[in-house]
Write a protein that binds this ligand. Sequence first.
Ligand code: HEC
Ligand code: HEC
Length: 344
Amino acid sequence: MRMSTNIRERLIFSIAGLMLVVFCGSAFAAGVSKEMRAAFTRPAKAPEPADNKSTPARVALGKALFFDPRLSGSNFISCGTCHNPALGWSDGQKTAIGHGMQVLGRATPTVLNTAYQRFQFWDGRARTLEEQAVGPIQAAGEMNQNMDELVAELKAIPGYVSMFDKAYGKEGISEKTIGKAIAAFERTVVSSEAPFDRWLKGDKKAMNQSAQRGFDLFRGKANCVSCHQGFNFTDDGFHNLGLKGSEDEGRFAIKAIKSMKGAFKTPTLRDVALTAPYMHNGTYATLEEVVEHYNRGGDVTENLDPNMRKLGLTKQEVKDVVEFMRALTGKPVSITVPHLPTVN
Ligand code: HEC
Ligand code: HEC
């Protein structure tokens, strides 16, 4: 017996419908689509420049320099003073405290995952880690060191002479190789696997229900993903979030176009539970306060980023977004502080 086209179509539709329900059901149970997994998975390797490929000797030298207070004018402040591994590679201060206990204008960002960033500093004024590293050494407010003096000091320490030799051979000890070594070390400072990553790989219990709802909100109603994207949760862009009481012009000092006035780089959200307080001026003490800021749509409307608007999140939804950010925080990577080369 021939089915009428009408019945046949209906049959096909209902079978297709059933398959869709089954398919969606299983996709929903798995919670993670292929595309989503691809979008948030760590790249196989952090990018590194051709003239500074990582070697164990370079990383070891960079690590020594990073933790050596003799890199500062006072011989008292190292990179690790402000970027303290025990504090999520930051300092726990609202804004940094530099040479002579000066309180600086901006918060210390973490060095975790800076290897993946297209720009360094809140205003993106350095492009590479090599270029960035030699900045704070010479900045009067930070380490207040004269570069020529530093090079001479390092040349007088036999342990460093041999370490530079192993790491950079003929290139010798210079501003350039100091920057390169520190950058090579920083590329090893990356976030560990977080509950979110395990969940992404299919471990459904790795994130609790609240964090899972938080991830949906993050990509939906709360619209966080318009700026915090990909494995490192940043778009490498600059935005004005309408923070109250900030007079800092941010990116505008580097790129004088109106939309950049008061705009700062989107920071990573990896290990973010470890690095309070938050924002370029350290204005918020907790992640709840940060999400409430977004929920209000910011405070100052002048030059506000077009992606900032009132969100209408309930109290529970705010908690869920915070819970999701906690799930982006892995077990801190253990690090041993190096023994530094001595003059004798
Ligand atoms: C006095 C505290 C202090 C010291 C010492 C210090 N930093 Fe920083 N670091 C900061 C602050 C504050 C910023 C942000 C400044 C800005 O954006 O204008 C920063 C920014 C950075 C960034 C950019 C991170 C990002 O996400 O944009 C890196 C990388 C970095 N520092 C590495 C280093 C290295 C390497 C050293 C040692 C050579 C060092 N810092 C010494 C406070 C410090
Ligand atoms: C318009 C782009 C944009 C949107 C939308 C956005 N962010 Fe941000 N986020 C940024 C920028 C830019 C900063 C740094 C701003 C500053 O310091 O002036 C930031 C800072 C943060 C910080 C502080 C991190 C630190 O290390 O100081 C957290 C936490 C954060 N955002 C979470 C979220 C969450 C959660 C959402 C969604 C509710 C969200 N963001 C939506 C761009 C955005």
